[in-house]
Design a protein around this ligand. Sequence first.
Ligand code: AMP
Length: 191
Amino acid sequence: MLNIVLFGPPGAGKGTQSAKLIETYQLVHLSTGDLLRSEIAGGTELGLKAKGLMDAGLLVPDEVVIGMIDNKLAQNPTAKGFIFDGFPRTIPQAQALDSLLTNRGTGISAMIALEVEEKELISRLLIRGQSSGRTDDQNEELIENRVKEYNTKTAPVASFYKEQNKYFSVYGIGEIEEIFSNLCAIMDKLK
Ligand code: AMP
């Protein structure tokens, strides 16, 4: 299996590049942000609990997202692999993902990080907020909270994969196609 953690701060382009990668490599896209937004849209209890935290730009509890990922892995037993987008966002999530995959006889092939400077992220997210309808993309203070959550809780997850020699990075500013081809160069070596 080819199991990739596509990593990077909010606004780095993970969603855009995931969509292209799953098509090229026939993988299943698992975005915890998308899964949470669909819980909110469905008005579920989980969605109601997550909404306040998401609207404040804060992370939802680890057990919530780990449970969602566990369900999705179980629902896709024949997948050729997964692109994890927006997950894991904390060290306990990374540890849980390792054990979920080990239990299924597989593991993470690589983390690929999209590197984008903070100033560019904030302007990208403000632009996305004008059309995405995402409540957490609407104002600069909220966006800064998300970048802060990323810097304190999520950035350390990179070390977790560096220690396992599974860390790669790609510069995330430029043409979408050029960034994609740099990602593909890494993916092709992993296959
Ligand atoms: P995203 O679409 O990945 O930017 O996620 C939007 C929001 O959903 C985040 O700001 C968090 O509130 C929540 N979220 C998504 N994925 C996770 C995760 N792995 N851990 C905790 N919270 C998450």
